[in-house]
Design a protein around this ligand. Structure first.
Ligand SMILES: [Fe+2]
Length: 467
C-alpha cells in the first residue's frame, strides 16, 4: 500500500516534470520564506534639521512630453517662501534662477494633521538638460537636481527602473538602494502600493511621512511615474475616513490633465521613445465609465512613429500564477485585453503580488461564453505581462504558486527585487530583473524585447544569464 502510494507520487512527479519541460516555463528554485518583512521604525527617518526644512521631496513628469516637472515637498509651517521652488540650469553660474510657486494644501486623517504639502509644476524646461533646484528658506535651504529626458523621438534610448509594492522595510531599503546603485536608471515606473501606512493602526499617517523621507534620496533626483495600488485607497469607515485615495492624492501629484484625464488615477505621458499609460485597478473601468472612455480615446492618440514603445502600468496583474491575489485582475483583463492586443502594447507592468513573474506573449481574447476557448494562447500582438510587486513591503513574500506552472508563465520567482527596462531604439529593449540577494550587476531574469509595432517576432529569454 505504502509502496503503491510512493509509486503514485513518483509517477505524478515525473508527469509534472515532463509537463514543465514541455511548456518551457521556469519556476525558480530561489524561494524565500513567507514571513512579514521587518518594518524600519519611524525613528529611522527623522525630519531634516533646520527650522521649517523642506522634506519628503519627490519629483514626477509635469507635462505630457517631458519638458515639465512636478516638484513636491512638505514643510511643517506655511510661511513666506516655503512654497517656492527655485531652479536653474546646472551648467550655468546660477545667477539666473527662476522660481515657481507651489499649490499648497494640508489634510486631516482621523487624529492626524499633515504638514503643508507643496506641489510646483515647472514648465518649458530644455530637453536633456541637468537642472538644480532649491527649496526652503534661510538656513534651511536644501538643493537637489534632476535631468530632463531627451526630446521625444522613435530611436531615443532611455532607461527606466521598475519597482512595485515597495513599502518601508529593511527589504524595501535593499530594493531601493540596489536600484540606485545602477547608474543607468533615469526614471522609475512605479506599479503601485507605496507606504503601506494602512497596515498600521488607524492607517498611521506618520508612515506616509516616513515613506516620503525614505524614498527622497532617489525620488528627489529622478521622476517616479506613479500608479495607485490598493494600499493608496486608505478607506476606513470604522474611523470615519471614507474618501478613497485621500492621503495619496494630497501627497503625490501627477500630470493627468495633460493627457485629458479627469482623474490623477489614470493618465499618460510620453518620455523619450516610450508612451506610458497608467491605469487604476481600483476605479471603475467598465464600458461607459470615465476611465474606459479615456483609455479608448487615449489609445487612438498613440503615434508609434513618434513613441514606438507602448507601456502600461497598472496595479493588479492580469496574468498571475501565484495563489496570492489570483485572478484579481481578471475583470479588467476581460474589459481591456482586446484593446491591448489590437494596439500592440509592448509591456504591461503590474504589482500587487509580492513576487516576480514574466509571461509569454499570450492573449485570451477569443473567449466568449459559448465557444469554450477559455484559455490563453500565444499571440505575438500581445504584451509581455510582468508582475513586479516584489519591492519588499511589510506583508512579506508571496511564495505559493499554482502548480503546475501554466503555459503562459515564462519565469516566476518568490524573491524581492526590481527591474530595469533599457530601451535601445525603436526595435529593441533589454529588460532585466535583479533580485535583492545579489548585487545589482547580477541579472536573475532577462529578455531582449522586440517592439510589437516594428519587430513583432517571437523573443527568447536569455536563460543563460539566469543565476
Ligand atoms: Fe497591492
Amino acid at each position: 500500500m505504502r509502496l503503491n502510494r510512493l509509486a503514485f507520487v513518483f509517477s505524478t512527479a515525473v508527469l509534472l516534470s515532463i509537463f514543465v519541460v514541455i511548456h518551457g516555463g521556469v519556476t525558480s528554485s530561489y524561494v524565500r520564506v513567507a514571513e512579514p518583512s521587518e518594518e524600519m521604525p519611524l525613528e529611522t527617518f527623522p525630519p531634516p534639521a533646520g527650522l521649517n526644512a523642506p522634506e519628503q521631496v519627490h519629483i514626477t513628469q509635469g507635462d505630457h512630453a517631458g519638458r515639465g516637472m512636478i516638484i513636491s515637498w512638505v514643510t511643517p509651517l506655511n510661511v513666506e517662501g516655503s512654497n517656492v521652488v527655485k531652479y536653474w540650469i546646472a551648467d550655468s553660474d546660477g545667477s539666473e534662477k527662476k522660481s515657481v510657486p507651489a499649490s499648497t494644501s494640508s489634510y486631516r486623517y482621523y487624529d492626524y494633521t499633515s504638514g503643508y504639502l507643496h506641489h510646483a509644476t515647472i514648465k518649458g524646461l530644455k530637453y536633456d538638460t541637468k537642472y538644480f533646484y532649491q527649496l526652503g528658506t534661510g538656513r534651511s535651504i536644501r538643493q537637489f537636481f534632476f535631468v530632463t529626458p531627451p526630446k521625444v523621438g522613435p530611436d531615443v534610448p532611455y532607461t527606466f527602473g521598475v519597482i512595485g509594492d515597495l513599502g518601508q522595510t529593511y527589504a524595501s531599503n535593499q530594493t531601493l538602494y540596489n536600484y540606485m546603485s545602477n547608474p543607468k536608471g533615469q526614471a522609475v515606473l512605479f506599479a503601485g502600493d507605496l507606504s503601506y501606512a494602512d497596515d498600521h493602526p488607524n492607517h498611521d499617517q506618520r508612515k506616509w511621512d516616513s515613506y516620503g523621507r525614505f524614498v527622497e534620496p532617489c525620488a528627489a533626483y529622478q521622476p517616479f511615474i506613479w500608479a495607485a495600488g490598493n494600499h493608496e485607497i486608505d478607506y476606513a469607515q470604522s474611523i470615519g475616513e471614507t474618501q478613497p485615495f485621500k492621503p495619496y492624492k494630497h501627497r503625490y501629484h501627477v500630470p493627468y490633465r495633460a493627457s485629458k484625464s479627469t482623474s490623477p488615477l489614470w493618465y499618460s505621458i510620453k518620455r523619450a521613445s516610450a508612451y506610458i499609460i497608467v491605469l487604476s485597478s481600483y476605479s471603475a473601468y467598465d464600458k461607459y465609465t470615465p476611465q474606459n472612455s479615456w483609455l479608448e480615446d487615449e489609445l487612438k492618440k498613440v503615434n508609434r512613429s513618434e513613441t514606438p514603445w507602448l507601456i502600461v502600468l497598472v496595479h493588479a496583474p492580469w496574468y498571475n500564477s501565484n495563489n496570492y491575489h489570483y485572478m484579481e485582475g481578471e475583470s479588467m483583463r476581460v474589459t481591456f485585453e482586446p484593446w491591448f492586443v489590437q494596439n500592440k502594447v509592448d509591456i504591461v507592468f503590474a504589482g500587487h503580488v509580492h513576487a516576480y513573474e514574466r509571461s509569454e506573449r499570450v492573449s485570451n481574447i477569443k473567449y466568449n461564453i459559448t465557444d469554450g476557448m477559455s484559455y490563453p494562447v500565444k499571440d505575438q500582438s500581445a504584451p509581455v505581462y510582468i508582475t513586479i510587486g516584489d519591492g519588499g513591503n511589510i506583508e512579506g513574500i508571496a511564495n505559493s504558486y499554482t502548480d503546475p506552472q501554466p503555459s503562459y508563465s515564462a519565469y516566476r520567482e518568490a524573491s524581492f527585487g526590481h527591474a530595469i527596462l533599457d530601451i535601445k531604439n525603436r526595435t529593441h529593449a533589454h529588460y532585466t530583473w535583479h533580485r535583492n540577494q545579489d548585487n545589482e550587476p547580477v541579472i536573475a531574469d532577462s529578455i531582449w524585447l522586440k517592439n510589437r509595432f516594428y519587430l513583432p517576432e517571437e523573443e527568447t529569454a536569455s536563460v543563460d544569464s539566469r543565476v
